[in-house]
Design a protein around this ligand. Structure first.
Ligand SMILES: [Zn+2]
Ligand SMILES: [Zn+2]
Length: 337
């Protein structure tokens, strides 16, 4: 059985499956790409052939236009298997955003799973993460520090709704990125019983439409029009977007980084909510254990602490230091999408 490092290699373009002749989430234009999910740092425009879930392909087309989403697009359902050259490939749910998938690959009896971005906390807008047993598990480490522990999202949503009750005449302006976080916040608000219209910035509306088409119900969404409709309302918009001058909103931010006091402060948010679409420290470690992999490769984020923690449990670690991946909550990522 060949060791995975003989057939899966970190190249400047990204992680390359040599016998399969494809890259996973390449940061540059390639012939053949397998895409874990539609965020801009993973799904770049212009590849020749793209393999992904139907939902990811739909989000990519909505984000970048049908042509730029890939000349030849092939959809693969979760669990459906294809063979690319000598490599068996399938996609497993990653629980990150709609359509997000882990890429499982098997070559001559050796199996690697590339998680992409993922989380374990239930999310009403996407299929839950499913661990896959493997020889090497490739993980992100965006929140790979013990300080990052995300509280249950329901308690954070309750804090937002408490504030709406407390300030019934003010607009709550929630800064969130367009793909994933926005729709999850809306779905969580609906689950908490909030059935008033929710106002969304035009930059977010297109992605909401793809979610709705994918069967994710978001309730009564309205475009942000004139200011007097917005008193007492919840408005979702990309961080820092312009809103009608007449409203003096309560600024709300929703991100895993809000755990860090300085970050919360510099975000300018009066109400920082800790809600993330990435695994926190405990989820990262639990997931590595769930795969049973004797070896873990870390793509980006806080690599060293995660590798150190895994080593203490007898799991070998390797930092891939792949470039080009960020975090969707960073403003520059949003600008790039
Ligand atoms: Zn992502
Ligand atoms: Zn990412």
């Amino acid at each position: 059985m060949p060791h995975p490092d003989t057939w899966l290699k970190p190249l400047p373009q990204g992680l390359y499956c040599e016998p399969g002749g494809f890259f996973i989430d390449p940061s540059r234009v390639v012939e053949r790409a397998v895409i874990t999910h539609a965020h801009s740092d993973h799904a770049r425009p212009g590849h020749k052939a793209v393999l992904a879930t139907a939902e990811t392909l739909a989000l990519m087309r909505a984000r970048m236009g049908p042509k730029r989403a890939g000349h030849a697009q092939q959809a693969l359902a979760y669990g459906e298997t294809i063979t690319i050259n000598d490599v068996r490939v399938w996609l497993q749910p990653a629980g990150h955003v709609l359509g997000s998938a882990q890429v499982a690959m098997e070559y001559r009896g050796s199996r690697v799973v590339v998680s992409g971005d993922y989380k374990r906390t239930p999310d009403p807008t996407c299929t839950p993460f499913e661990p896959v047993a493997c020889d090497v598990f490739v993980t992100e480490a965006t929140f790979g520090l013990p300080v990052f522990l995300h509280p249950p999202p329901e308690t954070e949503i309750a804090r937002l709704l408490d504030s709406v009750t407390l300030f019934p005449n003010r607009t709550h302006l929630v800064g969130c990125y367009s793909l994933g976080k926005c729709q999850r916040l809306i779905a969580l608000l609906r689950r908490a019983g909030y059935d008033a219209p929710i106002f969304v910035h035009p930059a977010l509306a297109a992605m909401c439409a793809v979610y709705e088409a994918g069967g994710i119900k978001l309730g009564d969404l309205r475009a942000v029009a004139n200011a007097h409709h917005l008193a007492g309302a919840i408005v979702l918009a990309p961080p820092g977007s312009a809103v009608p001058a007449a409203i003096k909103p309560v600024i709300v931010a929703a991100s895993g980084w809000m755990r860090i006091r300085q970050r919360a402060k510099s975000s300018g948010a009066e109400l920082p909510l800790i809600i993330s679409d990435h695994a926190d420290w405990n989820e990262l470690n639990r997931t590595i254990d769930d795969t049973g992999a004797p070896e873990v490769w870390v793509t980006h984020g806080w690599e060293a602490p995660l590798i150190h923690a895994a080593a203490q449990r007898g799991i070998r670690g390797r930092a891939l230091r792949l470039v080009g991946y960020g975090d969707e909550d960073a403003p520059d990522q949003e600008a790039a999408s």
